[in-house]
Write a protein that binds this ligand. Structure first.
Ligand code: GLU
Length: 316
């Protein structure tokens, strides 16, 4: 599918020399739907340490695009806990809920180029007429050629059958066929809110993010994001997907699986456990140090190449 600006296609491995010419800009992008837990700390710590190892900047972005599920109180609590753990971010904290004009402009560029279209289908209609994909039903393209007089609900972006591949810095080569795995996907929801996939791509581009380090639960979203980057003519950041922390039952730590919130008075032991999860070997005595001191120690010894690839049980 031709994008808005011609960009090379194919497996988008960026060479080290290409990346080293740019300053490193990384980010941590929590969704303020609840308190941070050990799993979110892994994403914060991994992205922070990678940025510091590269002498880069580390931005903080509140992904509150799904406004009904987010709150300012959760965002404030996240900032308080990050601060207690010794994290320092560069620049102002960005809130997605205040950047709708940016997402609207991206949507309009896609729509004007015929790459996105309004969709009148309800969830139920789609479920009844679709085959299963990797994240629910594959949209069968019903509204691609027009609404047939029906009222528009969501906006979708067109996908094609060209596999989207990228070389993850930790997980290796990852490919997806968006046409058979996902289908034309939603970029603006029926309730008028912008979809995470569009917001994250517009923000990473606008903030100049060169390196994305986050949990492997988002690996399956990355081809959709790369597809949008290509259509919008944006550069692709380098990706590193960290192993996901799971509980004793093998479930990803999350609000849904009732992961324990990070305690602001337990910073040392929890940070030491998180560093071990990331393959570092801090001495147990480091658990008595302040968060900022632990992060400074870890920034000196962190090696992205030594990260474990697979999911592991949180030992905090
Ligand atoms: N906001 C997402 C989350 O909390 C992370 C998005 C990203 O890092 O791209 O899971």
């Amino acid at each position: 599918m031709a994008g808005l600006e011609a960009r090379p296609r194919g497996c988008g491995k960026q060479s080290g020399s290409q990346l080293s010419q740019q300053p490193y800009i990384g980010r941590f992008a929590p969704s303020p739907t609840g308190p941070l837990h050990f799993g979110s700390l892994i994403a914060a710590l991994g992205s922070y340490l990678d940025a510091h190892t590269h002498r880069g900047r580390w931005l903080l972005r509140m992904e509150d695009v799904d406004e009904p599920r987010c709150s300012q109180a959760h965002a404030d609590e996240i900032l308080r806990v990050l601060d207690a753990y010794g994290f320092e971010w560069d620049g102002e904290v960005i809130y997605q809920s205040r950047r709708k004009a940016l997402y609207q402009a991206a949507l309009e560029r896609l729509a004007d180029a015929g790459l996105a279209y309004p969709c009148a289908c309800s969830r139920r209609e789609i479920a009844d007429s679709s085959i299963a994909g990797i994240e629910g039903p594959v949209y069968p393209g019903t509204c691609r050629d027009g609404l047939a007089g029906r009222a528009p609900r969501a906006w979708r972006v067109k996908v094609d059958s060209q596999p989207v591949c990228f070389e993850d810095r930790l997980q290796g080569k990852h490919c997806q066929n968006l046409e058979t795995d996902i289908g034309d996907f939603v970029i603006r929801r029926a309730d008028g809110l912008f979809a995470y996939q569009l917001a994250v791509v517009a923000d990473d581009h606008e903030q100049g993010v060169t390196h994305v380090v986050r949990g492997a639960d988002l690996l399956a979203s990355t081809p959709r994001q790369i597809h949008l980057q290509r259509l919008l003519g944006y550069a692709m950041p380098a990706y590193l997907h960290l192993p996901v922390a799971v509980n004793a039952a093998g479930q990803k730590l999350s609000k849904q699986t009732l992961a324990a919130p990070l305690e602001a008075n337990q910073t040392g032991p929890v940070l030491v456990a998180a560093l071990r999860f990331l393959g570092l070997q801090p001495e147990s005595a480091l658990a008595h140090a302040k968060g900022a001191e632990i992060l400074a120690w870890a920034s000196e010894v962190f090696l992205p190449a030594a990260l474990p690839r697979n999911q592991a049980t949180a030992s905090a």
